[in-house]
Ligand binder design. Structure first.
Ligand SMILES: Cc1ncc(COP(=O)(O)O)c(C=O)c1O
Length: 392
């Protein structure tokens, strides 16, 4: 009988590698939050000032141009994306880009829910980007900057012309604060606090270019809009939304948590530092992947590899020989073993994605924790492989 694989000596100091809600910033503590805005009206002077502070810091950190509006809206990133789609689409044809589960969700919205007459779907399988040169930017375009469930991102916004006629609506939830967003090419940008900054779910951020505002003020959708989607009144933008007067009641505790994350980000050097941390984290994972025969990045082209939601597939011949259920069981076995050891939580591939691992690498994660995790991946693989051999 063969001995069980030896466990590595070092454990990650923090086993939280989930792709959302993501790990909180180093040294996070709820005790740090200012409490003056809690337990009272979000429309008080104090409450509005905190909401405004969250907006101002977002602008500063992400480098959002002064003439773009930033609003805090209901229902997390999904709320922000759907609010934009429901408010703006239908004025012209739309190209819907999808290369993983969330992008596919926006396709469903356009085709099956809004039932747009002129929606063209441009797709690719998990691991690749669709043919971006086939996108027609005289139409509106909806896309996800970083596909969280495949770990495939657009490398930059060069594929988007500056002189486009249509609007670009970009779900940037797992990209914002880890990848450089080119706002000149983005008319609508959305994200949630629960991702790269390790904040809370429930609130979305909606960033609008002047052209997006123009669309809102000149286009009336052919369908009714619920109150939580309404960004205009009497054909004019409701400016208050973009100054902290939220449509409905936000969680001020979540707002304080977001401000705390933003101030931490600022204290370590802002966006450049956040990007550098995420890049270094991807580097740790990719070096390990390159050093073993049994693991590959799901993103085939290195330029498209996410530095936040890093998706990995197991390519060992004995595992590939299994059917899809067998491959999923193998990956799940690894994930469960790592969870049981308390070294990695929530690192299984997303439910709609091919079987494998998904490890978060955004800026709140410490490279040292990823370094400590890598030998454990080997341990979990060896352990599962041994069970596979014993079952054969
Ligand atoms: C690319 C993408 N879009 C949308 C969502 C949905 O975000 P939320 O649950 O914050 O609405 C997620 C969540 O993981 C995501 O990764």
């Amino acid at each position: 009988m063969t001995a069980d694989p030896a466990k590595p000596d070092v454990r990650p100091a923090d086993p939280r590698f989930s792709s959302g809600p993501c790990k909180k910033r180093p040294d996070w503590s709820a005790d740090r939050f200012p409490t003056a805005a809690l337990g009272r009206s979000h429309r008080s002077k104090t409450g509005k000032a905190r909401l405004k502070r969250a907006i101002d810091l977002t602008r500063e950190l992400l480098g959002v141009p002064d003439d773009y509006r930033i609003g805090i809206v209901p229902a997390s990133d999904t709320g922000a994306v759907e609010m934009a789609m429901w408010s703006m689409l239908g004025a012209r044809g739309v190209d819907m880009l999808a290369w993983e589960s969330f992008g596919s969700g926006w396709v469903t919205d356009a085709v099956k829910q809004l039932r747009l007459d002129d929606a063209r779907v441009i797709e690719a399988d998990y691991g690749a980007l669709p043919d971006l040169s086939s996108v027609d930017f005289d139409r509106d375009v909806v896309f996800t900057w970083n596909g969280t469930t495949s770990g495939v991102r657009v490398p930059n916004a060069d594929f988007i012309p500056s002189d486009r006629e249509g609007l670009t609506i970009c779900d940037a939830t797992s990209a914002a604060f880890a990848q450089r967003l080119d706002f000149g090419k983005l008319d609508v940008t959305t994200f949630s606090w629960q991702k790269v900054l390790g904040g809370e779910g429930g609130h979305g951020v909606l960033i609008l270019s002047p052209r997006a505002v123009e669309r809102l003020e000149t286009h009336t959708p052919a369908w009714p809009l619920p109150k939580i989607f309404r960004l205009t009144k009497g054909g004019k933008l409701i400016e208050g939304i973009f100054a902290g007067e939220t449509i409905n009641t936000p969680s001020m505790l979540c707002v304080e948590d977001y401000i705390d994350a933003l101030e931490w980000a600022q204290s370590i050097g802002g966006l450049d530092a956040l990007i550098a941390r995420a890049d270094a984290n991807l580097g740790v994972i990719q070096s390990f992947v390159d050093s073993v025969h049994w693991l590959e990045n799901l993103a085939v082209d290195p330029a498209t590899r996410s530095n936040t939601s890093v998706c990995l597939k197991i390519v060992d011949p004995a595992v590939i020989a299994l059917d899809e259920a067998g491959q999923a069981a193998f990956a799940k076995g690894m994930v469960s073993a790592l969870d049981a050891q308390g070294v990695a939580f929530d690192i299984g591939a997303y439910r709609d994605a091919p079987p494998g691992l998904r490890i978060w690498a955004g800026g709140t994660i410490e490279a040292s924790d990823l370094q400590a995790l890598m030998p454990w991946l080997q341990w979990a693989f060896d352990t599962q492989k041994m069970s596979l051999k014993q079952a054969a």
